[in-house]
Design a protein around this ligand. Structure first.
Ligand code: DAH
Length: 339
């Protein structure tokens, strides 16, 4: 083989090697260009038959060609291997930023949220938050709150007693009952704490009400009590009007109309102007001196006001909920709307 021809063979061989697009093609190209039957191998084995003066040049040229092509194969092989690895890496890649099946995020129940909102409004003006027992003595639920044994709310038709008693008998102070209001905490709190008192009491209460769109035998209230040396009805109105604006929005107007509660005198109901109507929102009044006496406060030393509101009602008005039963159905389509 003359040197010119050899140069052409090398050029073609190199082109084949570099064109190999995967490792199999490269192996094929390697054996075709450098293998036992390749032109170069054949030429090498013919060196001995060449004229002695050409052997050296042709021999060296063939050796160089083999070296060059072997190096080309190795280069191409590492390039193809690197490529194959990259493909594998790319295929195996895990995108850690993709969203996965996250468990649904829970939230507080709307009633819990509403109670927290109300408590926050009062905390901001210095009230503390306290809680009392759901199983209560008639003394705290009624007697200490100036509610006589003959009061209709003490009948078993209104109040759930834990030990049933003869309806004709009166409910004495020792009867155990499920509290019908959060008001008993007024008495419990004053018994334990000297004045001044500024406290709100969220909690669950119980009545023998029949389940319908606006009644439930179990519901929630928030009680409030402020007792100090010279609290007036003006303080009551200012405080509760402030509450209404904080809770329902700055434009919430309030109105107080006379009412009756055994434990306050005078008593009132506060109405809030919301969605174009006056809505009864809570009961309130100046603490009756008999209540101070029952808990060991001196009515000559202190005055105070109290109030109580229904949590379900607050939430229904604020969010336009029309059926109280939605609160207790555990229907996530409803509850999930209030995050
Ligand atoms: N306890 C009353 C009720 O359940 C609400 C209430 C009214 C509470 C007037 C008060 C108050 O503290 O002063 O209907």
């Amino acid at each position: 083989m003359d040197l010119e021809r050899l140069a052409g063979v090398i050029r073609d061989a190199r082109a084949r090697i570099e064109a190999a697009s995967d490792l199999d093609e490269l192996s094929a190209a390697e054996s075709e260009t450098l293998g036992r039957r390749s032109e170069i191998a054949v030429a090498r084995s013919g060196i001995g038959r060449l004229a002695p003066d050409r052997r050296r040049d042709v021999g060296r040229a063939i050796n160089e060609a083999v070296g060059t092509l072997t190096a080309a194969v190795e280069d191409r092989r590492s390039a193809l291997q690197a490529e194959a690895e990259n493909v594998l890496l790319e295929q195996d890649r895990i995108d850690l930023t993709l969203p996965y099946g996250r468990p649904a995020r829970g939230t507080h129940h709307l009633l819990t949220r509403t109670m927290e909102d109300v408590c926050d409004v009062f905390r901001a003006i210095g009230y503390e938050v306290a809680e009392g027992p759901e199983l209560e003595l008639a003394w705290y639920n009624f007697d200490a709150l100036n509610t006589p044994p003959t009061h209709p709310s003490r009948f078993e038709s209104d109040t759930m007693y834990v030990e049933p008693f003869d309806d004709r008998e009166r409910s004495g102070p020792d009867e155990l009952l499920l509290r019908t209001q959060t008001s008993p905490m007024q008495a419990r709190f004053m018994e334990k704490n000297p004045p001044p008192v500024y406290v709100v009491v969220p909690g669950r209460v119980f009545r023998t009400d029949t389940w319908d769109a606006t009644h439930s035998p179990v519901f929630h209230q928030i009680e409030g009590l402020a007792v100090d040396s010279d609290i007036t009805f003006g303080d009551l109105k200012g405080t509760l009007a402030y509450f209404a604006r904080e809770f329902f929005g700055v434009s919430a107007r309030t109105r107080f109309v006379p009412h009756f509660f055994p434990f306050t005198e005078p008593s009132a109901e506060m109405l809030v102007w919301f969605n174009d109507e006056w809505l009864e929102m809570l009961g309130c009044g100046m603490v009756d001196p008999n209540v101070f006496e029952a808990v060991g406060y001196d009515p000559a030393e202190v005055t105070g006001f109290a109030f109580g509101m229904g949590v379900e009602r607050l939430a229904m008005v604020r969010h336009g909920i029309t059926d109280i039963r939605h609160f207790y159905d555990s229907d996530l389509r409803v509850l999930g709307q209030f995050r």
